[in-house]
Design a protein around this ligand. Sequence first.
Ligand SMILES: Cc1ncc(COP(=O)(O)O)c(C=O)c1O
Length: 369
Amino acid sequence: MDATRREAFGLLIGSAALAPGIAAAADTSVDPAPPPAIRAHLGVTENPFGPSPAARKAAMKALDETPYYAWALEPPLVALIAKRDQVRPEQVGLCNGSLEALSLLPTAFSKAGPIVAAVPTYATPLLYAERQGARLDWVPVGADQQIDLAALAARAKAVGAGAVYICNPNNPTGLLLDADALRAFCVEMSKTCPVIVDEAYIEISPDPERNSMMDLVRAGHDVIVARTFSKVYGMAGLRVGFIVARPDRVKTLKSMIPTHKGRPGLAAAAACYGDATYLAGAKAYLEGCRARIYAICKANGLNSLPSHGTYVFVDSGRPNLTFQKTLASMGVEVRVFDSPAHPTWIRVGTASPAELDYFAQVLPKALKA
Ligand SMILES: Cc1ncc(COP(=O)(O)O)c(C=O)c1O
């Protein structure tokens, strides 16, 4: 929502909620200064490279059929994913962005025990589960910033986990786990509870086939791989994701999803899944943006982690909440995370080259402020 719409919305809520006397008092108050316009949206994890030409075309064409629900588009997309990823169609569950599955499944699994996950990680879906009554158990990343698989396994065993959530590459660190170590962890852990592996950014990793845990699903392990069209495929606004898992896990997901998907998203996803030419272009674009962020950080004496995501985790060397405000006052938005071990770290999104130019311009001033 842009600033004008946000203000209008705020006023609407305010005037509807306040008693007349209070509204009159509110009228005499001094308006706070408007927030500065954000010129560099570096809080994002989306891919400004955008959808492939084929996906755009398919989404536009699908608009002609928007008077009708999109039932019929789901089975062909499921079949396409199943074929490409060498699983059976009943092992594929579509969702409205992977966030839907990542939120609903831990909610369901939490009935059997707490959900165990690393911190920091992509906490949004787990916090949703917590709001529905799930207990969460957080295990700090190691001194190397990597998800500590041994500690996760020990904690999961100690608390009788209902499920373990792993984000690989992790958000916000961008670090990729060693594929063999993760595979061994998943095989062992999934004997006692489902392991959810969030592979939202896996397509940008050096060898996605090897780094993905989909082979474990093929082999029948209780591993749930979540994928999305929101990141590398550049379609966050179209809301299409999916899981690849055991058929009973797919059934659980389907039983919890209350609604269908949108036609343009399904059509676009079917038009671009596995499009190697497009993926190579998107990957090159994102790698270029990441290299730029590393260079900007280096020029300003800041350490950053080598990332496999659409963002870079950067140690600003100063309290991150204050620094986030300083950057925002200069028109740059970044994200900080609720992680006790990372009080000085910020996440800088790959954004667009123009936004990164602006970041490069502003950062030296922000560090001196
Ligand atoms: C690690 C990770 N997983 C999943 C998601 C959810 O994305 P979507 O619901 O758009 O697929 C995000 C979005 O930021 C993410 O960073």
